[in-house]
Design a binder for this molecule. Structure first.
Ligand code: ADP
Ligand code: MG
Length: 339
């Protein structure tokens, strides 16, 4: 990988960018702030994140990929272009870019993102399939004719795939991931305690308190919200069992997705997975007790990859050296304009 290679993990929640020789240079929320009057990007990443819900009408601060579909193609293109310009400012040569976009994004939308990368000055653009990047970043050897299973749980989507011999054998993408957990926590707390909490509070409770394997009601935390009956601020004490009850049905939807992929996987590869185990990556993989819960239901070993949130970005970075072997997990995009 050379200093003009840029790797981009365009996640629904976070965008992580690597530059050859420097490693990770950007790790910020996938947010763009756009001035509709002037037709220009005001900020991307952390700076734009601070503006959400705080801008006048003609400025929009949005998470354009939030649910794993490109809700706003123009905003996505603007965000990708601005991120690339931000990191390639001092580059003498045009960069090669490997992009990883959520698997649920359609081909047409992918093309738009590639187009944005080309307009931002890329010399060559490749798209890498997310599960392939996740496995590479988790340090799994996918070159052998042996099955590996990865479950990448992000903000908007969970990608489940079986790979073997550098390619994807079976996969699915479901729209149950971190954001849906947060929404379920908000609903549960408002039903049970009649207190409305914000998205950030729900996410904090999920990260600090949730436990989906043997939850203990003695483990508690205090959160703040607005009492729905009286309209006033209120602090309440919630516990692990609350969190479990709030999100377990969604966790089980992810497990149903894993089962459906395994059912369609050739038996030899299923045998490999039963012995080598299921790898969890993405921020959602850090949910306490998740690996144990999956292991108990599916019956194969299951473990969280080291540095799970960064696996896809690390895999994208590693892919620059593997473009020949990996052609199956890659899509080469013509540098010519197709519009
Ligand atoms: P994406 O690839 O879609 O951008 P990430 O892999 O960055 O998503 O994961 C973001 C999601 O991970 C968010 O929903 C966040 O709340 C969740 N998350 C991060 N840390 C934890 C944790 N310790 N426990 C549970 N969920 C977590
Ligand atoms: Mg991701």
């Amino acid at each position: 990988m050379s200093s003009v290679d840029i790797g981009i993990d365009l996640g629904t929640a976070n965008t992580i960018i690597t530059i050859g020789g420097k490693g990770i240079v950007i790790d910020e929320p996938s947010v763009v702030a756009y001035d509709k009057k002037k037709g220009c990007v005001l900020a991307v990443g952390s700076e734009a994140y601070k503006m959400i819900g705080r801008t006048p009408e003609y400025i929009v601060a949005v998470k354009p990929l939030r649910d794993g579909v490109i809700s706003d193609a123009d905003m996505t293109e603007a965000m990708v272009g601005a991120f690339i310009k931000k990191v390639s400012k001092s580059m003498m040569l045009k960069p090669r870019i490997i992009l990883c976009v959520p698997s649920s994004v359609t081909d047409v939308e992918n093309r738009a993102v590639v187009e944005a990368a080309l307009s931002a000055g890329a010399r060559k653009v490749f798209l890498i399939k997310e599960p392939i990047a996740a496995l590479l970043g988790a340090g799994v050897d996918i070159t052998k004719a042996s099955g590996s299973m990865v479950v990448d749980i992000g903000g908007g989507t969970t990608d489940i795939a079986v790979a073997s011999f550098n390619g994807i054998v079976r996969d699915t993408s479901i729209k149950v991931a971190g954001n849906r957990f947060d929404e379920a926590i908000i609903r549960y707390i408002s039903n049970k305690y009649k207190v409305l909490i914000g998205e950030k509070t729900a996410e904090k409770a999920k990260i600090e308190l949730a436990n989906v394997f043997k939850p203990d009601s003695a483990h508690t935390m205090v959160i703040k919200g607005r009492n729905l009956l009286r309209g006033l601020p209120e602090s309440i004490e919630i516990n692990e069992v609350d969190m479990y009850e709030a999100i377990i049905d969604l966790v089980d939807e992810i497990i149903a997705g894993i089962k459906s992929v395994l059912e369609l996987t050739p038996p030899e590869l299923v045998g490999d997975i039963l012995s080598s185990g299921i790898v969890l990556t993405g921020g959602g993989a850090l949910l306490k007790g998740l690996a144990e819960h999956i292991q108990q239901i599916i019956g194969s070993p299951c473990f969280v990859a080291d540095n799970a949130i960064k696996c896809v970005a690390k895999g994208v970075e590693a892919a620059f050296n593997l473009s020949e072997e990996l052609m199956d997990g890659f899509e080469k995009i013509s540098i010519y304009r197709y519009k």
